[in-house]
Design a protein around this ligand. Structure first.
Ligand code: PRX
Length: 667
């Protein structure tokens, strides 16, 4: 749908009146323990950004203090102008300098389990991490890497990945991490876009008991570009790999002779820290740029507040994302390490060797703060309650979710079965571009509601506006905007200034609003509800319908596990809705009485929950949904299937390619 159609009001029909205040005991010891305290902090951060952010920045080490907190000339922001600092220093060396070198920084767990059933676990202290990053920084320098050179990292979730990322930060070489599930083509595209001539990889990585041949993919990518002259390989799976003499080197060989004397480089606050590619709805991936000082202060503060991190209270934090995504950058490494709480890095799949792997890990490591994605939560629901019930989850205190809207049913399951009705849930809305949390409950302050990401983070001026940029009324849908700069905001798209302006700023250029391209509404309690991407809003017979709400209604039906709703052209209504649904039980025989009855039942259920206009015209049962490797549903593909069109979209990023044919047959 063209963006403009989304600007008129989106009708919101989903009603939710379950509310969950923070547990009193939790609120009493939290960093932010009441709504009054939140409001006061939020107000201050917007009214006096200079004073507020200076105090936050003072928690960190600066080689040279900043002269000015922020310079804003929309769409260009500079934070902590004139200051010099280092992300690796603040994540690692500072803890050692402060006397905490022997504390655990990273708890790493391998996917394979030893023959006797023992999991392989490694604890890296801050001192270990400082030594290893310094050594690897020297290795990089030895390979000719200088400040400002883009280093490509394509690895599994092994400790060397964290070491490589931090080593880049140590010497001021921006990293470009590529998720290990991507193909050779994706590596080639990113290497070329970033003009990077060095790749750090592994021979292979473990995923559900098999080896993903990472190095082979790098070799394949290098055949398609002549930019890369150095490939450093971590030996992880001992799988066979081809070797290019003069270009390839083993990590362990280079580390064997490296010294650990490598002080952190003094970097300007606005020096490029990293590039991270995110897919656009059209065209090639965008290389999102984040810089040093603002990103550091932003990720550390949001980590502390959203997860209520308490370094001296036995907190153990686990974010299940991959470091190849922004969630892993900000909330496994950069935001968590400066808060001095152990961060878990898990190598493999959530259902290996059994569907209870995560819960077994939560119990063994006594995880207190747990952060995952709705797509994972829905999978856990489908696998059955018996898996979490087998384990002692009583250490858990805060549960987080990120990546897409969480259906209220999934939220309630997370709350009951994982949180035992005792853990605040933080539904964090943000983006690769925002660097960190933008809308989220704070666990000691916010009364949560299933499906809502609640309030703006401290420092965030969020609003929902119409196409003229004017705020819309309560419960009226519109365009989410951010009206003021924040320290962790992107600084651009690498090498594409026009696209940066066009994508995020052109819509309300005169006002200087950042446009994330999500639709939202604010309810009468002041809570934000994300209604999906602006282009996921469908006009059916003149009504604007957010696909997200229809999906939530479908998933609240007892027979369904997951749903994706898209629009397709319809002669009478303009557009009609098609629902692709995964059932909890077996698929009924297509066309059978059972099949037709269940489809009718689900349509009626939507009609009852949301109104007749929201009944999908097409209901298709499917075993799986087409997802990208980051778990996002490929809606464009579903739209083509619903419309009966030829598939024109590139499906190379699909996790399971056979699914397209199955879906086409499901109609
Ligand atoms: O549409 C929103 C959705 O994911 C988009 C950002 O995707 P990405 O850059 O890959 O970052 C994912 C990790 C931060 C957003 O524009 N999204 C993310 N979190 C939520 C969400 N939608 C609803 N609720 C969320 N909590």
């Amino acid at each position: 749908m063209p963006q403009d159609q989304a600007s008129s009001s989106i009708e919101s029909v989903l009603h939710e009146d379950r509310h969950f205040p923070p547990p009193a005991g939790f609120a009493a010891q939290a960093h932010v323990g009441s709504m009054e305290q939140y409001e006061a902090l939020h107000q201050r951060s917007l009214n006096d950004p200079e004073g507020f952010w200076a105090e936050e920045a003072e928690r960190h080490h600066w080689f040279k203090p900043w002269e000015k907190v922020v310079e804003w000339d929309a769409p260009d922001a500079k934070w902590f102008v004139g200051g010099t600092t280092n992300l690796c220093y603040n994540a690692v060396d500072k803890q050692v300098a402060d006397g905490f070198g022997s504390q655990t920084a990273i708890i790493w767990e391998a996917e394979p389990i030893d023959a006797d059933g023992t999991p392989q676990v490694l604890h890296l202290t801050y001192s270990d991490l400082m030594r290893e990053t310094a050594k690897f920084a020297n290795v990089l320098k030895g390979q000719g890497v200088k400040k400002g050179d883009v280093v490509t990292i394509y690895m599994g979730m092994v400790p060397e990945l964290a070491i490589a990322v931090l080593a880049c930060a140590r010497i001021g070489a921006p990293h470009s991490v590529i998720f290990g599930g991507f193909s050779a083509q994706a590596i080639k595209d990113r290497v070329e876009d970033g003009r990077s001539n060095i790749i750090i990889t592994c021979d292979g990585s473990w995923r559900r008991g098999s080896v993903v041949p990472l190095k082979d993919n790098v070799d394949e990518a290098c055949k398609q570009t002549d930019l890369v002259d150095t490939v450093i390989v971590v030996k992880r799976c001992e799988n066979d790999t081809a070797w290019t003499e003069g270009r390839d080197a083993w990590y362990h060989d280079l580390m064997a002779t490296a010294t650990d004397d490598c002080p952190c480089e003094e970097l300007d606050s606005e020096d490029l820290a990293f590039i991270l590619y995110t897919s656009g709805s059209t065209g090639k991936p965008k290389g999102i740029m984040h810089t040093t000082g603002g990103y550091m202060v932003w990720t550390a503060m949001t980590s502390r507040l959203t997860f209520d991190l308490q370094p001296d209270e036995d907190d153990v934090y686990w974010c299940t994302a991959d470091i190849g995504w922004i969630t892993g950058h900000s909330y496994i490494l950069y935001g968590i390490l400066p808060n001095r709480v152990p961060t878990i890095m898990y190598e493999g799949g959530p259902n290996y060797p059994g569907a209870d792997r995560f819960w077994d890990m939560v119990a063994r490591h006594k995880v207190t703060k747990f952060y995952t994605a709705p797509t994972a939560i829905r999978a856990f629901m489908k696998w059955g309650d018996e898996h979490p019930r087998k384990h002692d989850l009583s250490s858990l205190k805060v549960l987080g979710t990120v990546g897409e809207p969480i259906n209220p049913e999934a939220w309630m399951w997370y709350h009951k079965v994982i949180g035992h009705e005792n853990c605040p849930i933080v539904d964090t809305w943000w983006q690769t571009e925002t660097g960190g949390h933008m809308l989220t409950p704070l666990p000691g302050a916010t009364t949560t509601t299933p499906g809502s990401c609640c309030r703006p983070m401290i420092g965030v001026d969020a609003a929902v506006v119409n196409s003229d940029g004017e705020p819309v009324g309560t419960n009226e849908g519109g365009i989410l905007v951010i009206r003021k700069p924040w320290p962790g905001m992107l600084r651009g798209i690498y090498g594409d200034r026009d696209r940066y302006i066009d994508t995020y700023w052109s819509r309300f250029q005169d006002k200087g609003y950042y446009v994330p391209a999500d639709g939202a509404r604010v309810d009468d309690n002041g809570n934000f509800w994300i209604m999906g991407r602006i282009d996921d809003v469908i006009v059916v017979a003149g009504h604007n319908i957010g696909t997200m709400e229809v999906e939530s209604a479908i998933v609240s039906h007892e027979a369904t596990a997951e749903a994706a709703v898209v629009g397709y052209p319809h002669d009478v209504k303009g557009n009609a809705l098609a629902a692709f649904i995964i059932l909890k039980g077996d698929l009924p025989t297509p066309g059978s009485e059972e099949d037709l009855a269940l489809k009718k039942n689900i349509r009626d259920h939507c009609g009852k929950e949301l109104g007749p206009i929201c009944k999908p015209d097409q209901v298709r049962f499917t075993e799986a949904l087409p997802k990208t490797r980051s778990g996002k549903i490929m809606r464009r593909l579903l739209r083509d299937i619903a419309a009966g069109n030829e598939i024109t979209q590139d499906v190379t990023t699909l996790e399971d390619k056979s699914i397209v044919e199955k879906l086409q047959a499901s109609g």
